[in-house]
Design a protein around this ligand. Structure first.
Ligand SMILES: *Cc1c(COP(=O)(O)O)cnc(C)c1O
Length: 419
């Protein structure tokens, strides 16, 4: 058999092994979709909500209804959903600056937070002179995850006992750029219970990036006070052109709104001349898009495992995010992987990604993102910080067919199944 035929054969075998996994993904999609559709009906969404607005945007019905809709879809009392929230990092920074005050301590209970948050928090030299939380007298403490990747509940309990200034406990649901399992909603729920037993006034903030619609519910339904994420990831469904969201308890959302605009003004302003249509349609599409991405991730995981690579999560393991990590063991293979994903993209397929220094990241990063929405990672994308042991992170795909096609390109370029 020629190499392409052998690759096709390998993929077909992986697909039949994944039948049960794919069925579970379909089931979750249906459940999330039902909730999202009901939210549209309850909010009485109508085409006038897609209309553009300008200037201050006082009483912008499209904006206000979109926020109600997101709140319902995400089990939250209230939500801020804005094109003017530039990214997931921005949504998380707004949350932290909205919730914390000088003298408070932020405790990360899922170990080192996502790379870009180091500058927000002011860990080490990161963000120095840029107005990090540290510069406002907000302290930072951390409880590392256990060796198995679970939350260290004993250490969390001890930290809460010893430090009365802890005001926010942060949890990162997704693995981000770390070789660990994503946090399940069960675990997040247990941590919320422990924190709120210590004090109902301590806020649990979950970085929900890449987690939306992966399970049937969200952290907000298991006790999280506030969640935040990016609209060019899961909840934008691949259609939202930009933006971020914060959702959870109404009083906390309001505090963040005063950070988003200004004290005294809060959420009452904000316009968008391009119109909110793609945000509505994106949310409608999101459960399906996430399911497509999950199937693609499962396929990559299964095939690379059969080729002898270490993969995370392993095929069939429960997932809390859309990321599939593969350990490539060498910079060359990792770069070839990202370049193959780029070559199999609908946009900029001819571009060749190279590692480069990105704002907010400590190592050089290589990114393959041949996406319609620039930098969108609910569209098929691959990225990696260039550091040992050279782990590549794959996420997204608006369609399973795209993920499958990209996998063929990757396997060809890596010389897999060559005679
Ligand atoms: C993507 C991501 C972020 C940051 O989002 P940006 O939109 O890239 O700023 C934060 N945390 C996690 C876990 C993420 O995956």
């Amino acid at each position: 058999m020629e190499q392409p035929a052998r690759i096709e054969q390998r993929i077909l075998e992986a697909e039949s092994a994944l039948e049960g996994v794919f069925r579970r993904i379909d089931h979750t999609e249906q459940s999330c979709f039902e909730r999202v559709l009901n939210a549209f009906r309850e909010c009485r969404v109508a085409s006038r909500h897609f209309a553009p607005s300008t200037g201050y945007g006082y009483g912008d019905e499209g904006r206000e209804t979109l926020e109600k809709l997101f709140a319902k879809a995400l089990f939250a009392e209230d939500a801020l959903v804005r094109p003017s929230i530039a990214s997931g990092t921005h949504a998380l920074a707004l949350s932290l600056f909205g919730l914390l005050r000088p003298g408070d301590t932020l405790l990360s209970a899922s170990g080192k937070p996502y790379d870009t948050l180091e500058s927000v928090i002011g860990i080490g030299e990161a963000g120095k002179g840029q107005g990090s939380l540290a510069e406002y007298g907000i302290r930072y403490a951390q409880v590392d995850l256990k060796a198995d990747g679970g939350i260290d509940m004993d250490a969390l309990h001890t930290a809460l006992e010893q430090n009365p200034s802890i005001r926010v406990v942060a949890l990162q649901r997704s693995r981000g750029y770390a070789w660990r399992p994503s946090l399940s909603l069960t675990q997040i729920g247990q941590a919320c219970k422990l924190v709120h037993k210590k004090s109902p006034h301590i806020i649990v903030l979950v970085d929900n990036c890449y987690g939306e619609f992966v399970e049937e519910t969200e952290p907000t339904s298991v006790g999280a006070d506030l969640i935040a994420g990016s609209l060019i990831k899961n909840p934008g469904g691949g259609l939202a052109p930009t933006g971020g969201y914060i959702a959870g308890r109404a009083a906390l959302v309001e505090r963040c709104a005063y950070r988003l605009t200004s004290p005294g003004i809060g959420r009452e302003v904000g316009s968008y001349q391009a119109g909110y249509g793609p945000f509505y349609q994106g949310l409608f599409q999101a459960p399906h898009t996430v399911a497509q991405a999950l199937k693609g991730a499962a396929l990559f995981g299964m095939v690379f495992e059969t080729l002898g690579f270490a993969v995370n999560p392993p095929p069939g393991a429960p997932r809390g995010d859309i990321i599939q990590a593969v350990e490539f063991g060498s910079a060359e293979r990792l770069i070839a992987f990202c370049q193959a994903v780029q070559a199999a993209s609908p946009v900029d397929s001819f571009a060749v990604p190279e590692p480069w220094a990105m704002p907010g990241y400590q190592d050089a990063v290589i990114m393959a993102a041949g996406s319609f929405v620039s930098g969108s990672s609910i569209e098929l994308s691959a990225d990696a910080p260039l550091r040992k042991p050279y782990i590549g992170y794959l996420q997204g795909a608006l369609s399973y067919a795209h993920a499958r096609q990209a996998l063929k390109e990757v396997l060809l370029r890596l010389g897999a199944d060559q005679q």
